[in-house]
Design a protein around this ligand. Structure first.
Ligand SMILES: Nc1ncnc2c1ncn2[C@@H]1O[C@H](COP(=O)(O)OP(=O)(O)OP(=O)(O)O)[C@@H](O)[C@H]1O
Ligand SMILES: [Mg+2]
Length: 394
């Protein structure tokens, strides 16, 4: 970048920067350009962009312009200027670092560099969440002026947007992976269920027919017994297949909506492992888009499966409207669980149900509440706001 002389030059340099950044997708290169622009435009020796690492409660120096980069990590609750700005959001300007008690000379002591003047500005995303700070060190000719603070704020804003895009991009990738994992696991379970209920029965059935055919000429009653047993097995397999089809795509959901589907699900699962499953408040509902209803129904199924699997005696399924929202609620009287601790260790658990519940809620734009207390049952509540142009015509 050519040396900057006046306001018009600054403006031109900023516009060029914005244009270049719009074409750049690599986060570190964007931040490096911002830091370099900070040095050039503000006429400073060094500029560092620190980024918040929320998991570790730290700020870390992600890019630096004008010096040898060695990673610096600062506790977010510590005394450093960068952490102070990260906490308060207030820009700090220091004209004489060693004469200012807020300055911590430790980093200088380690690097051998001497800080004279400092300008530190917060880097926020568009929602005002703190993403990091921009720290500009040693104005080349004298002290930082007000205009330098404004330039720093503008560059910090650019860095904030870049960090936000990178975060959203990362989240989207994670979400896609989770969705792929759920779809993969669902196919896996479907294949296993089809194998256990249908494939086995058909294979055994062929053998039974063969046995009956061989017996028939000499011992017709024995052949009939064999065929009778086969009939019972085929009926059981048929029931199994219907269960699978119901779980995949219940016709009653398409025809009657969530309340009817809740009743059908309760009816179908009632008595499984000795658990009472009953419909609760089930009222005719405004119809929603089919994929939204399907997502809500999946949540209902998964929550009911959990109640049955994890020791409830009684489960109640509700589907009704309240304050312009469709509410789906599954309540059980089982052992309950410590939600925070299960969520914390979820990645290692290999379980999928709660993940599927959470992802389904997110994908259909619903609010999910998971209330559980050990010894006092579990309630899974989903609130689906009615978006007028999204509601299907009933
Ligand atoms: N209704 C419930 N009552 C008691 N515990 C529950 C209930 N729902 C979930 N849990 C607890 O939360 C854990 C995670 O549930 P999740 O549905 O994700 O996994 P899972 O049911 O163990 O396995 P999967 O659903 O993958 O077959 C369960 O292992 C159980 O400890
Ligand atoms: Mg489960």
């Amino acid at each position: 970048m050519p040396a900057v002389r006046n306001d018009a030059d600054v403006l031109r340099a900023l516009l060029t920067l914005q244009r270049d950044l719009a074409l750049e997708v690599h986060l570190d290169r964007i931040l490096e350009r911002v830091a370099a622009a900070a040095c050039d435009l503000i006429r400073a020796e060094r500029a560092t962009i620190y980024v918040v690492d929320g998991d570790r409660g730290e700020l870390w120096s992600r890019v630096m312009s004008g010096g040898e980069m060695s990673e610096i990590r600062l506790p977010l609750d510590g005394r450093s200027l960068a952490a102070t700005v990260a906490r308060t959001g207030q820009t700090i300007v220091i004209d004489d670092a060693y004469g200012d008690e807020r300055f911590n000379p430790e980093v200088d002591a380690r690097s051998g560099y001497r800080t004279r003047t400092l300008l530190v500005a917060a880097v926020d995303d568009r929602e005002g969440n703190r993403a990091g700070v921009l720290q500009v060190v040693n104005k080349r000719d004298g002290q930082f002026a007000d205009a330098d603070g404004e330039l720093a704020a503008s560059l910090a804003y650019t860095a904030g947007i870049a960090l936000e895009h990178a975060r959203l991009h990362g989240e989207l990738r994670e979400e896609r992976l989770r969705v792929v994992r759920i779809a993969e696991e669902t196919r896996h379970r479907l294949a296993r269920d089809l194998h256990d209920t249908i494939a086995q029965t058909l294979a055994n059935g062929a053998v039974s027919v063969e046995v009956a055919a061989r017996r028939a000429p000499q011992d017709m009653p024995a052949a009939l017994v064999e065929l009778d047993a086969l009939r019972a097995k085929l009926l059981a397999a048929h029931r199994g297949l219907r269960d699978i089809l119901f779980n995949l795509r219940p016709v009653v959901l398409e025809n009657g909506g969530l309340a009817e589907a809740a009743k059908a699900l309760a009816h179908r699962l009632d008595g499984t492992s000795g658990v009472r499953v009953e419909p609760g408040r089930t009222e005719a509902l405004t119809r929603l888009r089919p994929e939204v209803e399907a997502g809500a129904f999946q949540i209902m199924q998964e929550a009911t499966n959990n109640a049955i699997k994890h020791g409830a005696k009684r489960v109640t399924l509700h589907a009704y409207e309240k304050d312009g929202e469709t509410i789906v609620r599954v309540e059980d009287d089982g052992a309950g669980f410590d939600v925070a601790s299960v969520v914390q260790h979820y990645a290692q658990s290999g379980s999928l149900g709660l993940l599927q519940i959470r992802e389904s809620a997110r994908m259909i734009g619903a609010q999910l509440m998971l209330e559980s207390t050990p010894g006092r049952g579990t309630r899974v509540i989903v609130g689906i706001p009615h978006v007028p142009d999204e509601a299907a015509t009933a």
